[in-house]
Design a protein around this ligand. Structure first.
Ligand SMILES: Cc1cc2nc3c(=O)[nH]c(=O)nc-3n(C[C@H](O)[C@H](O)[C@H](O)COP(=O)(O)O)c2cc1C
Length: 199
């Protein structure tokens, strides 16, 4: 039947799912503290991404899920199931990463640890910020993503707390980041589409 469908140009349901549906990309906010700047950065990423029209982009805020600290809850918390369902529904990610003590936040690490299969065979881009563009945190994240079978793309916009924020709190990105943002999103879309064929 598959052969006949191919011969006459018919597509199977599975093939339709692969070709017709838009990729779903989650923009994950890595910080949860009161007064955090990550929502401003996330909105900026989404604004640029939405203009492309090549995928459905949504902000995924770890804080909304009220995740228990790994192993300390019952495992039955609704947020934990919701977190896994949300990740399951996504084809790729853009991590908004902030540098805390030369690494990622505890909240992001806990959220990464709180799912397993839902991460596998997907792609991710990283946008980071900090005094040195959040580079050290981003490099730590890359190591973790390798273990979770998430393919992290090369291009990595790095935002400076000194030149892209006013007083470290009001986000005013320099125009130069647009080029890297476009290249990063191009790579995330290409790899997310390619990896969908593995799942
Ligand atoms: C606990 C903590 C540790 C930090 N350590 C670093 C650091 O090592 N390097 C750095 O560049 N910025 C560091 N910062 C500054 C943060 O990058 C900055 O406050 C940033 O706005 C945090 O992101 P958020 O506002 O989304 O929480 C640290 C901030 C906190 C709260």
């Amino acid at each position: 039947m598959g052969f006949l469908n191919k011969l006459f140009g018919n597509t199977t349901k599975e093939e339709e799912k692969m070709t017709n549906s838009k990729l779903k990309i989650g923009i994950i906010l890595g910080s949860t503290r009161q007064g955090r700047v990550s929502p401003q950065v996330g909105e900026w990423v989404k604004g640029i991404a939405d203009k492309r029209g090549d995928a459905d982009y949504e902000i995924v805020d770890i804080a909304d899920f009220k995740l228990p600290f790994l192993g300390e809850g019952t495992g039955q918390e609704p947020g934990l199931a919701a977190w896994n369902e949300k990740l399951d529904s996504l084809d790729g990610f853009v991590f908004v990463v902030q540098e805390y003590n030369h690494s990622i936040t505890g909240a992001l690490k806990n959220a990464l640890d709180s799912a397993r299969d839902a991460w596998y065979n997907k792609a991710a881009g990283i946008v980071s910020y900090g005094s040195t563009g959040g580079a050290r945190a981003a490099e730590h994240l890359r190591g973790i993503l390798g273990e979770l079978k998430v393919a992290d793309v090369r291009t990595h916009p790095t935002l400076s707390l000194f030149t892209d924020f006013e007083n470290g709190s009001v986000f005013k990105p320099q125009d130069l980041h647009q080029t890297n943002m476009t290249a990063m999103l191009d790579e995330v879309i290409a790899w997310s589409g390619a990896l969908k064929t593995l799942r």
